[in-house]
Write a protein that binds this ligand. Structure first.
Ligand SMILES: [Zn+2]
Length: 309
C-alpha cells in the first residue's frame, strides 16, 4: 500500500471518530454528533436571516400576519416549556423566536437556526385553518430544536476537513490548522442559504412537529388532510419536492403512525385548558383551490433556494 493512501485513510478515520459532540434530539431521542457549535451556526444564519428580511416584502395582510405570529408564539411557548421540564433547559438560550409572513405566492415556509421562521402567503390557502398552520410551524420549529442545520453543516465540515487534510498531505505542505478551519467554515457559510435537510431530518421534523402542535393545543389529526392538500397543491407524488423530502404517501403513513403519541399530548393539553376552538375551514375551500393551482409553478421555482419543508 502506498504510504500516502495509508495516511489518508488513517486521518479520515481519526476525523470520523474523534470530531463532534454527541447531542440528543428531544422527542425522538436520536443521538447525533455535531462538529459545529451553536454559536458558529447562529452567527452564520443570523446574518443571512437579516439579509433575507431586508429584501423580503412583508405581507400587508394584518390579520394573516397576526395569525402566523399568534400560532407561532403559542407553539414556541409550549415547546420551551417542554424543553425546560425535560432536561433541555440549556438549549433555551439559543432560541429567539420570530415568525414572519412574507408576500410571496409560493406554497412554502422555512426556518433558520435559532427560531427564525418565515411563512409565504401562498401557503395559507393550503393550510386553511390555524391547526394546519400549527402543523407547518411545528415542523419548522422542530428543524430548529433538532439542530438539523448544525447536523448538515457538521457533515459538510467533516467532509471538507477530510478533503483539506488529504490536500495537505498531497502537497506535503502542512498549513495552519486554524486557517484550514476558517476556510472550511467559509465554504460551508457560502452554501448555508441553499442547504437542505436530509430525508431523515424531514421525517424527524414531521414527527416532532406533530407532537409540538399537539402540546400547544392544536388537534394533530388535521395533519393527514393538510398533507393531502399539500400533495394536491404540488401536483401529487413527490416530483415537485426536493429529492430529500419523503414521498407524500410515506409522509401520511408515518403521520398516522405517530398520531396516537401526539394525541396523548393533545389530550393533556386539552385537560390543561389550552386547546383552541376549531376554526371552520369549509368556507375558504373552493376559493383556495384555484389559488393553490396557480401558485404551484412559482413554488417549484422558489423552493430550491430556501429551507423548504
Ligand atoms: Zn422540513
Amino acid at each position: 500500500m502506498k504510504p500516502f493512501r495509508f495516511l489518508l485513510i488513517a486521518l479520515t478515520a481519526l476525523v470520523m471518530t474523534s470530531c463532534g459532540t454527541a447531542s440528543k434530539v428531544p422527542i425522538t431521542g436520536r443521538t447525533h454528533r455535531l462538529s459545529v457549535s451553536d454559536e458558529q451556526v447562529l452567527s452564520l444564519s443570523n446574518s443571512q436571516y437579516q439579509e433575507y428580511m431586508a429584501s423580503a416584502k412583508k405581507s400587508t395582510d394584518a390579520n394573516a400576519t397576526a395569525m402566523v405570529k399568534r400560532v407561532g408564539q403559542r407553539l414556541a411557548t409550549a415547546v420551551e416549556t417542554y424543553l425546560r421540564e425535560n432536561g433541555f433547559a440549556n438549549e433555551l438560550q439559543y432560541f429567539n423566536w420570530e415568525f414572519n409572513l412574507v408576500k410571496d405566492n409560493a406554497v412554502n415556509a422555512f426556518c433558520m437556526p435559532g427560531g427564525k421562521i418565515v411563512v409565504y402567503e401562498g401557503l395559507l390557502p393550503v393550510t386553511q385553518d390555524e391547526a394546519s398552520l400549527a402543523i407547518v410551524l411545528g415542523h419548522e420549529i422542530a428543524h430548529a430544536v433538532a439542530k438539523h442545520s448544525a447536523e448538515q453543516m457538521s457533515k459538510k465540515y467533516n467532509q471538507s476537513q477530510i478533503t483539506q487534510l488529504g490536500g495537505a498531505v498531497l502537497s506535503s505542505a502542512v498549513g495552519s490548522g486554524a486557517a484550514q478551519v476558517a476556510t472550511a467554515m467559509a465554504s460551508i457559510g457560502l452554501q448555508f442559504a441553499n442547504a437542505h435537510y436530509s430525508r431523515e431530518n424531514e421525517s424527524e421534523a414531521d414527527h416532532m412537529g406533530l407532537v409540538f402542535a399537539a402540546m400547544a393545543g392544536y388537534d394533530p389529526a388535521v395533519a393527514v388532510s393538510f398533507w393531502q392538500r399539500m400533495s394536491a397543491a404540488s401536483g401529487g407524488g413527490s416530483t415537485s419536492y426536493l429529492s430529500s423530502h419523503p414521498s407524500d404517501a410515506k409522509r401520511i403513513t408515518d403521520i398516522q403512525k405517530w398520531l396516537p403519541e401526539a394525541q396523548q399530548y393533545y389530550q393533556a393539553s386539552k385537560a390543561a385548558g389550552q386547546a383552541t376552538s376549531k376554526t371552520s375551514t369549509k368556507s375558504t375551500k373552493s376559493s383556495s383551490k384555484s389559488t393553490t393551482k396557480k401558485t404551484t409553478n412559482t413554488s417549484k421555482a422558489t423552493t430550491a433556494k430556501k429551507f423548504t419543508f
